[in-house]
Design a protein around this ligand. Structure first.
Ligand SMILES: Cc1cc2nc3c(=O)[nH]c(=O)nc-3n(C[C@H](O)[C@H](O)[C@H](O)COP(=O)(O)OP(=O)(O)OC[C@H]3O[C@@H](n4cnc5c(N)ncnc54)[C@H](O)[C@@H]3O)c2cc1C
Length: 248
């Protein structure tokens, strides 16, 4: 069981129309490990009626040990919102919440010839962390699906990493997958990192694995949520899918 920490909101800033950064402070961070940026913690929500606790994973965007401060970037979406999205949209300074973690962080292969990052707004915080960390000489592409054109944010990145922002719309629901498939590949082997909605992840996984012959150890590919399912339901589908993928 991961340690549970009680943390308090100390700052809130709107990074873009659909992305809010919440900064938390806590003396419980005294033994929180450093260098976990890009990894994740889980926020805990207790349902009053049943007493059940629900866990929601969120990326550690930045942890500052000297200040005992942690930033999490919350994306917003219209329609059916769950505990975490509702909590973040109403959060105010002084609010407290419990977190567990950090979870096990996946490392990326810094020695690949180039990088290909793909994600939606839930993956934007993790991708932003990796772009800050990979070698300055790194090259490659990032394809990011955002909710509105104003959700483009400034990212610190190596000069030769090109970012393509695409805006999802009802008319263009597969814009992420279609854009990825049209990118002109560079020479050599890329390291592929993908996180997004479950069905999109499957389509992209198929593309990278079958069309581009990228093996499992040359990529991290994960679903961060699934349309129509809450995180508990998504976790079950994800587990079933990953067992099948591991065995093929
Ligand atoms: C390792 C990891 C790291 C993550 N990091 C971040 C992060 O840093 N920032 C971030 O914003 N998210 C992040 N996510 C995604 C986030 O955990 C999910 O979006 C989560 O489901 C939100 O919880 P909720 O309580 O708001 O909604 P839930 O109760 O889980 O779901 C309620 C409804 O909302 C829908 N839904 C959930 N997420 C979205 C979405 N993004 N767009 C549209 N509909 C959605 C579900 O399909 C469901 O119908 C991460 C996920 C993982 C696995």
């Amino acid at each position: 069981m991961k340690k549970i920490r009680n943390i308090k909101v100390t700052n809130i800033s709107q990074l873009s129309p659909n992305m809010k950064r919440i900064t938390f402070h806590s003396t419980d961070f005294i033994d929180f490990p450093e260098n976990e940026d890009g990894g994740y913690v889980k926020l805990l929500f207790k349902q009053e009626s049943s007493g059940n606790t629900f866990f929601r994973p969120y990326t550690i965007r930045s942890f500052r040990k000297n200040k005992l401060e942690l930033d999490i970037d919350f994306s917003n979406h219209i329609g059916n919102q769950g505990y975490a999205t509702k909590w973040a949209s109403h959060a105010k300074i002084g609010d407290e919440i419990l977190i567990s973690g950090p979870g096990l962080k996946k490392s990326i292969n810094d020695n690949s010839d180039w990088f290909f990052f793909v994600g939606d707004m839930t993956a934007l915080p993790a991708i932003a962390c990796y772009l800050e960390r990979i070698p300055k000489s790194a090259k490659g592409f990032v394809v990011l699906e955002i909710i509105s054109k104003d959700d483009r944010i400034k990212l610190v990145k190596p000069k030769n990493i090109k970012i393509k922002w695409v805006v999802k719309s009802k008319k263009n629901p597969s814009v992420l997958e279609n854009t990825v498939k049209k990118i002109n590949w560079l020479n050599g082997k890329p390291y592929v990192w993908v996180a997004c909605e479950f069905n999109k992840m499957k389509s992209l996984r198929n593309f990278f694995q079958k069309n581009k012959k990228i093996s499992k150890n040359e990529m991290y590919i994960s679903s961060y949520w699934k349309l129509g399912l809450d995180q508990e339901e998504h976790k079950l589908v994800k587990k079933e899918d990953s067992v099948k993928w591991d065995n093929n």
